[in-house]
Design a protein around this ligand. Sequence first.
Ligand code: ADP
Ligand code: MG
Length: 324
Amino acid sequence: NPATAAAAPPPASCAPRTAPAAMKFDVNVLRYIEKDAWRVLVSVEMGMKNHELVPVELVSAISGLKHGGAFKYIRDLLKHKLVHHENQKYDGYRLTPLGYDFLAIKAFVNRGAIAGVGRRIGVGKESDVFEVVNEEGETLALKLHRLGRTSFRAVKSKRDYLKSTTTHTNWLYLSRLAALKEHAFMKALGDNGFPVPRAVDVNRHAVLMSMVDGHPLTQVQKLGDPGKVYAQCVDQLVQLAKCGLIHCDFNEFNILVNEEQEITVIDFPQMVSSNHYNAQELFDRDLKCLHKFFLRRYNYRADLDERGVPDPVFAAVAGGGVGH
Ligand code: ADP
Ligand code: MG
């Protein structure tokens, strides 16, 4: 019974440790949402495949609940801000990003992948990352992709009904696509020995992965051995290129380092093939980013270090590499 699974109290390590303002989820809500209310929420999600706003009639048809029943649960969902009501063009409901988050979290809870959601550990440009815990008490990271929100808001009012339907459902589609892509890359890279988080599961716009022991370089003011870390970073760029891939966002936010000065690379949805028309430029840009950061933050230059690794040349490392 999913409701029971969700009702299991999260371990102490999962309890929110930050101020409530930083908490996006009240996971308690999961416990109070009735089974039929979930059915209604999923029906709204399904209705959004071809409707900007899903009329109650469609919700009740998809859910198989009587009109009155569907309406009752929609009111509950509204109260929890999982759906939003609009009646400007016509009367209907749409899924909110929070509603989408809950559907993904619920799916993970149902299949026993997670037992509770804790604090937010990362806010990226296009994602929120939360600390979660699985049924064995292991802490994992849950990344919720958030794409297309701003562009949607910007164009929403100017579009006609049909176009705005496409634009509207875009954030659902784009975020889901990013999650699928990221999970697939993470899995493939991990299987091939790259230092990336372990890909655990994916649902909708959410990727479940192992929690990395370490901090993004952007939070690390001093490194014991910057040369060692720099060399690993360059080596990762080279190994990726040899597999026919360019990270494209290989910077201090996406490289995590632990106490032993070992790196883990994260954040792959923007990765491209080294067959890309400006692969060379993208590769060089990743490399230049590294240079600049290591100089600025750690006053490190590989060319002034006797052990320093020389700059790899894209054509030499990617040419005839695996994955072509
Ligand atoms: P975005 O695409 O929004 O930049 P990231 O994947 O880079 O998302 O994640 C945002 C932040 O969350 C990272 O900079 C990092 O601090 C944290 N983070 C992401 N994944 C993990 C993980 N598996 N373990 C620990 N921290 C993580
Ligand atoms: Mg990032």
